[in-house]
Design a protein around this ligand. Structure first.
Ligand SMILES: NC(=O)C1=CN([C@@H]2O[C@H](COP(=O)(O)OP(=O)(O)OC[C@H]3O[C@@H](n4cnc5c(N)ncnc54)[C@H](O)[C@@H]3O)[C@@H](O)[C@H]2O)C=CC1
Ligand SMILES: CC(C)CC(=O)C(=O)O
Ligand SMILES: [Mg+2]
Length: 379
């Protein structure tokens, strides 16, 4: 158990199902605080559509300042604007990630043993899957429009005499690649000592550089097995032999797509948490931004149907990485596992003979398990 202490957490619920799942994550954190004698100060801020409506920006400078002054940031999801809207709610994410230099996005994938038989993927393929995708988060295609070092307009739609054309720029520097690849190798040393670097080096210059840098960095880690995979083949192997992966490191867009795919190994988009880290240390750990990998899911928003497990496991990552509360994080993970084992499911995990719960009810069950598991630690 970490030292009993006071911690500040910025909470940015956002749009769609963001507020619904974040509410449950906060309830679980409150249960942890009560049981272990910690004091969590939650400071709420607007992001996404609500911020655009109230403040004209997807995230205001004031909200960014609150985030900067906190020990960690808990984020729900943003999105849902009409295509072509003047201000995109997703800009909140880009400002947070780039502005606070959260370049390393960690996305663990560990299917619950209790759900293997229900998956449409064969249980023998899912058996033993325990991988983590290290996604570069502050470079690549998503930042073409913000990239000052590229001449001209690196991202735009423009009119030509032949009709419209559009450009996006995929830029990576050697330093950006090296720092993320090192994160992957350092992580692999604490795990099963294998790194798979994923690129498209048969086509893209940025990937040729990526592969060259990854190869060089790998020489500093002779104790870690290392391989390259092309991203299209990786997408296939993730379904064919997912248990063979340990740490996958890749660039921004590839990591985004591969992890939505990988979420189905764990049963649903509503199951995968993430931590986005940089290098800044706080009093207790590494300053970080924590978000489930899913988006605002407008198709199920406001219906108490969203699975809150991704957001709750995200809160566990926050405790572990930013607050240094490892035992408390493990308690949340155990509580989630026990609820799954007890047969509780949300709609996205519908399974014959299991009890289907709403977002709030699932959050409540998990918070109750946290209390039961942590009972002996009551201050
Ligand atoms: N971190 C963020 O804030 C992210 C935001 N987005 C934004 O979200 C909006 C919607 O994007 P989509 O492509 O629909 O992706 P999405 O991740 O919101 O939803 C994809 C599918 O997964 C389901 N799903 C997602 N989370 C779920 C949960 N917790 N429980 C049960 N089912 C869940 C949805 O119902 C939907 O069918 C877009 O505006 C997009 O830009 C997308 C991804 C990440
Ligand atoms: C706005 C998107 C880039 C967010 C997303 O899909 C993600 O980060 O996973
Ligand atoms: Mg995504």
């Amino acid at each position: 158990m970490g030292t009993q202490g006071t911690y500040s957490i910025a909470v940015l619920p956002g749009d769609g199902i963001g507020p619904e799942v974040t509410e449950q994550a906060v309830h679980v954190l409150q249960a942890i605080a009560r049981q272990y004698g910690h004091s969590f100060h939650f400071q709420y801020g607007l992001v996404g559509l609500a911020a655009i409506e109230a403040e004209g920006k997807a995230i205001s400078d004031e909200t960014l300042a609150v985030c900067q002054g906190s020990d960690a940031i808990l984020f729900g999801a943003v999105g849902g604007a009409q295509p072509g809207a003047a201000v995109k709610p997703e800009e909140a994410l880009f400002r947070l990630r780039k502005g606070l230099q959260f370049f390393a996005n960690l996305r663990p994938v560990r299917p619950s043993p209790a759900m293997l038989d229900a998956s449409s993927i064969k249980p023998e393929i899912l058996q033993g899957v325990d991988l983590i995708v290290v996604r570069e988060l502050t470079g690549g295609l998503y930042y073409g429009h913000l990239e000052p070092s590229v001449p001209g307009k690196p991202s735009e739609i423009r009119e030509t005499p032949q009709g419209y054309e559009a450009i996006d720029t995929l830029l990576y520097t050697e330093a950006e690649i090296e720092r993320i690849v090192r994160v992957a190798f350092d992580l692999a040393r604490e795990r099963r000592k294998k790194v798979t670097s994923v690129d498209k080096a048969n086509v893209l210059s940025s990937s040729v550089l990526w592969r060259r840098v990854a190869e060089r960095v790998s020489k500093d880690y002779p104790d870690v097995a290392f391989e390259h995979l092309l991203v299209d083949a990786c997408a296939m192997h993730l379904i064919r032999r997912p248990a063979s992966f340990d740490v996958i490191v890749t660039e921004n867009l590839f990591g985004d797509i591969l992890t939505d795919e990988a979420s189905m190994l764990a049963g649903s988009m509503g199951m995968l948490p993430s931590a986005s880290l940089g290098t800044r240390r706080t009093e207790h750990g590494i300053f970080g931004l924590y978000e489930p990998i899913h988006g605002s899911a407008p198709d199920i928003a406001g219906q108490n149907k969203a699975n809150p497990i991704a957001a709750i496991l995200t809160a566990a990552m926050l405790l572990r990485h930013s607050l240094g509360l490892k035992e408390e994080a493990a308690t949340i993970e155990a509580a989630v596992e026990q609820c799954i084992q007890a047969g509780y499911r949300t709609e996205d995990l519908r399974e014959e003979g299991k009890k289907i719960l709403g977002t709030k009810e699932m959050g409540q069950r998990i918070a109750e398990r946290v209390v039961a598991l942590a009972g002996s630690h009551t201050a």
